[in-house]
Design a binder for this molecule. Structure first.
Ligand code: S3P
Length: 428
């Protein structure tokens, strides 16, 4: 990345990763055909798609972003002939654990070295309470799921704020007898609940709880996937730091459980306008119009942390460019993402001359002037893209190492970013 540059024009970010995973997974166990538009064709979502194909589901991809899933019904999946490889995708693995717990066959889930370091007991433990037979490897992948057991509904209090765990339990609940209820103390993304309703499952959400009755029936439907606010976040911060005039980000998913990044940036002083707010299928969508203004350091309110959990790498960059100090706490979940995002971001920001101190559950960042240097993304897509944003405000080149995994969530990032003004060059 060469230093400096301004952002001009507008960008349309690709489909939402969380929604794309769920569309293919629910389509696979629905009765009839499910059509999906705006599917994110990234490595992570393709891992879910390939896993469904490996279990006998016929899936067509007639054009960019369009997927047609020929659902086999709740009991129609077939035993895969090899372990299901979830690559880098935590969502694919944890949601699949819930799905596989209810099948009549045994299966094994594996992942890449990053996923193989991530905790899986948080999903396995509640599934075992439902009757599932699941064995993790010291709490991590590979995960072995024994089929042919009867599941029963449970009431479960989520101890970690995790939509993946909530979803794994609800998906197993589709196969279980009786009611499955999950209680949560912090709000996490609710795409599973919304989409199951679109597939005809009466899911009941109340303040702090979500409940469904099993066994359930899913009916094929059409899903329009909105743009991913987690991908939009890189352009949102980039524009807040370096837009020339107004910069627009089009077709951004605005689900209230995902918009913490907008609220945090606004608290920092960012000028973000929401335009053309509308509903696309079951999800709110809008265009965002951003102008660059000086940002201020803040203490991030803890209730916003789960609503912006994937956006902290780039929010830390915003904090590094802000006036004053930013403090993030209550964010220990960041340590078990694709990398330890607290340690890796603190290391990278310090390499660029910013005083960033990792704390037990967050970070303290003093805004300053970014220098050039080399940073290691540790194979984490969002860290790599966050440092590309940092380069817009750096004094010299930033070289970002280990960036191939950007393709797990945002394969078009480099071309879209160059198109609006990032000075990004590939180094071989
Ligand atoms: C996701 C939930 C979040 C998020 C991940 C996608 C989902 O993970 O970080 O990128 O699709 O449910 P946790 O549930 O582990 O917080």
């Amino acid at each position: 990345m060469s230093p400096g540059g301004v952002l001009r024009g507008e960008v349309t970010v690709p489909g939402d990763k969380s929604i794309s995973h769920r569309a293919v997974l629910f389509g696979a166990i629905a009765e009839g055909v499910t059509t999906v538009d705006g599917f994110l064709e990234s490595e992570d979502c393709l891992a879910t798609l390939h896993a469904m194909q490996a279990m006998g589901v016929s899936i067509e991809r007639p054009g960019p972003g369009r997927v047609v899933v020929h659902g086999v019904g709740l009991r129609g999946l077939k035993a895969p002939s090899a372990p299901l490889d979830m690559g880098n995708a935590g969502t694919a693995m944890r949601l699949s654990m819930g799905l596989l717990a209810g099948q009549g066959f045994d299966s094994t889930l594996v992942g890449d070295p990053s996923l193989t370091r991530r905790p899986m007991e948080r999903a396995a433990a509640p599934l075992r309470l439902m009757g599932a037979h699941i064995v993790t490897t010291d709490g991590k992948p590979p995960v072995r799921v024994q089929g042919g057991v009867s599941l029963r509904g449970i009431e479960y209090d989520l101890s970690v704020p995790s939509a993946q765990v909530k979803s794994a339990i609800l998906i197993a609940g589709l196969y279980a007898s009786g009611a499955t209820t999950v209680y949560e103390h912090a709000i996490t993304r609710d795409h599973t609940e919304r989409m199951l309703r679109a597939f005809g499952v009466p899911v009941v959400s109340a303040q702090g709880s979500v409940s469904l009755q099993g066994p359930a029936r899913l009916l094929g439907t059409h899903i329009d996937v909105p743009g991913d606010i987690s991908s939009a976040a890189f352009f949102l911060v980039a524009a807040a730091l370096a837009a020339e005039g107004r910069f627009r980000i089009l077709n951004v998913g605005m689900n209230p459980t995902r918009i913490g990044v907008i609220e945090i940036l606004r608290l920092m002083g960012a000028d973000i306008e929401v335009e053309r707010a509308r509903l696309v299928g079951d999800e709110p969508v809008a265009d965002l119009c951003v102008r660059a203004v000086p940002l201020n350091g803040i203490e991030v309110p803890p209730h916003l942390v789960p609503l912006a959990i994937d956006e902290f790498p780039v929010l830390f960059v915003a904090a590094a460019c802000a006036r004053g100090t930013t403090v993030v706490s209550g964010a220990s979940e960041l340590k078990v993402k694709e990398s330890d995002r607290i340690a890796v971001m603190a290391e990278g920001l310090m390499a660029l001359g910013i005083n960033a101190q990792a704390t037990a559950d967050g970070m303290r960042i003093e805004g300053g002037v970014l220098q050039g240097g080399q940073v290691d993304s540790h194979g984490d897509h969002r860290i790599a893209m966050a440092f590309a944003v940092a380069a817009l405000r750096a004094r010299a080149d930033i070289e970002i190492m280990d960036v191939a995994n950007v393709a797990t969530s945002f394969p078009e990032f480099a071309s879209l970013a160059r198109g609006v003004g990032f000075r990004l060059q590939a180094v071989t």
